[in-house]
Design a protein around this ligand. Structure first.
Ligand SMILES: NC(=O)c1ccc[n+]([C@@H]2O[C@H](COP(=O)([O-])OP(=O)(O)OC[C@H]3O[C@@H](n4cnc5c(N)ncnc54)[C@H](O)[C@@H]3O)[C@@H](O)[C@H]2O)c1
Ligand SMILES: O=C(O)C(=O)C[C@]1(C(=O)O)C=C[C@@H](O)C=C1
Length: 367
């Protein structure tokens, strides 16, 4: 139990800010969360849902006394609020942002003389959706969350941030802002530029009847999902990480020229090698499904009558359209009596199943 009330403030309560606020509300017992956002409807919704305790109409004295302040608006806007919040920072306050570019804000914090209060942050998770209504309390589970301290960040503040990330089940990684910006320029910013440019290409070359748009299948949809992301967010990321994005775009255009040559020369073996090497590297990526970051959506359920019990549980879940990945009795020293282990494909299915089984009177638990 957290004895002391911790005060958290948010500026920007959209997808990322809203998810953080939800994650904090769920994982800390004693919190006061205040938030400011230009979107009044989202603030009202967050208040009604009990995610925040107070909605603010402006940045003022009420931002004093915070343990954490999270800047969760588009990147250049975060830079402006960093300045605006200086009068309200106290000794204990840790101010951070969640922006996708880290160099400029870390430099700004240092220039403003608040390097000792600031740590850059960037969760390597998200979605093409925006706004508070898309926020999820479990967004950060098993996801890397990069921290970029300044040269003046004290060790105890970094420690406090690491503890918070562990509580929301994120995987913290500390690095230099410049290294962060080069890495994300390559694995996140360039792919968003490429996805959007592919969409433009198809739009511009489509037939009169728009057959390409009509027939686009899995391949095109998979690679362009992120083209649906917020234009305001990506405009600012491109402006703030301009140098790295230009560097990596130049390198990518060279890569395209190389593969263009192979196609023109009809060089079968080289084309095979090109795709084979990409396939091998791609299948080595650590993702949700394997490796150190494995995500298992599992619940356990006590059963008295094994045979009939399994069937009725499977039927009840199926009737609610909840898909099972795996179901079976576990007998081991931890569960001497044997329990039913039920695995799902995703977090939402697990949450829904938990509710269904509780309502059916089963004893259900997550480990
Ligand atoms: N979307 C992602 O996948 C993702 C992932 C990691 C980090 N980020 C970073 O998180 C930040 C927020 O992105 P998001 O995806 O949550 O976007 P979002 O659009 O869902 O949320 C941004 C919020 O900021 C508010 N806002 C905009 N201008 C404002 C202003 N001037 N004053 C106060 N509030 C303002 C908006 O109303 C909105 O609620 C960005 O800096 C982005 O780089 C995004
Ligand atoms: O999954 C997605 O939709 C994302 O685009 C998330 C994503 C990315 O992986 O590029 C987008 C921007 C961020 O700064 C971090 C994560």
């Amino acid at each position: 139990m957290d004895k002391k009330i911790q005060k958290f403030a948010f500026v920007g309560l959209g997808l990322i800010g809203g998810s953080l606020a939800k994650g904090i509300k769920k994982n800390y017992q004693n919190t006061k969360i205040i938030a400011y956002d230009t979107n009044e409807n989202d603030l009202k919704k967050a208040l009604t849902d009990g995610v925040i305790d107070e909605a603010k109409e402006t940045i003022d004295e009420s931002f004093k006394g915070c343990d954490f302040i999270f800047l969760c608006a588009p990147v250049s806007v975060n830079n402006d609020y960093l300045k605006a919040l200086i009068p309200y920072l106290e000794e204990k306050t840790l101010i951070t942002d969640v922006g996708s570019v880290k160099g400029p804000i870390v430099e700004l914090a240092t220039t403003l003389g608040i390097g000792g209060s600031f740590i850059g942050g960037h969760p390597m998770t998200g979605s093409e959706k925006s706004g508070f209504e898309s926020a999820k309390e479990h967004l950060f589970e098993n996801a890397y969350y990069i921290l970029t301290p300044t040269a003046q960040t004290p060790a105890d503040k970094l420690e406090r941030y690491l503890t918070l990330l562990t509580r929301i089940r994120a995987l913290p990684k500390v690095m230099e802002a410049s290294e962060h910006d080069f890495i994300t320029g390559t694995i996140s910013h360039l792919p968003h530029v490429v996805a959007a440019s592919l969409v433009h290409l198809v739009e511009d070359t489509d037939t009169k009847e728009q057959l390409m748009k009509e027939m686009a299948a899995g391949g095109f949809k998979d690679i362009t999902r992120i083209a649906s992301s917020s234009p305001a967010m990506w405009e600012q990321i491109c402006l703030l990480n301009q140098e790295n994005i230009l560097k990596v775009m130049t390198r990518y255009i060279e890569e395209l020229e190389k593969i263009k040559d192979l196609v023109r020369e009809a060089d079968g073996p080289a084309l095979f090698q090109f795709f084979e090497e990409a396939k091998t590297y791609r299948s080595d990526l650590i993702d949700d499904k394997k490796g150190a970051l494995a995500k298992h959506y599992v619940i356990y359920c006590d059963l008295s009558d094994e045979a009939g019990g399994i069937a009725s549980i499977a039927t009840a879940l199926a009737s609610q359209r909840i898909n099972l990945k795996n179901i079976g009795i576990v007998h081991n020293r931890e569960f001497e009596e044997g329990v039913l282990r039920i695995e799902f494909y995703d977090h939402d299915s697990r949450t829904a199943a938990y509710q269904v089984l509780i309502e059916m009177g089963y004893e259900v638990y997550e480990r």
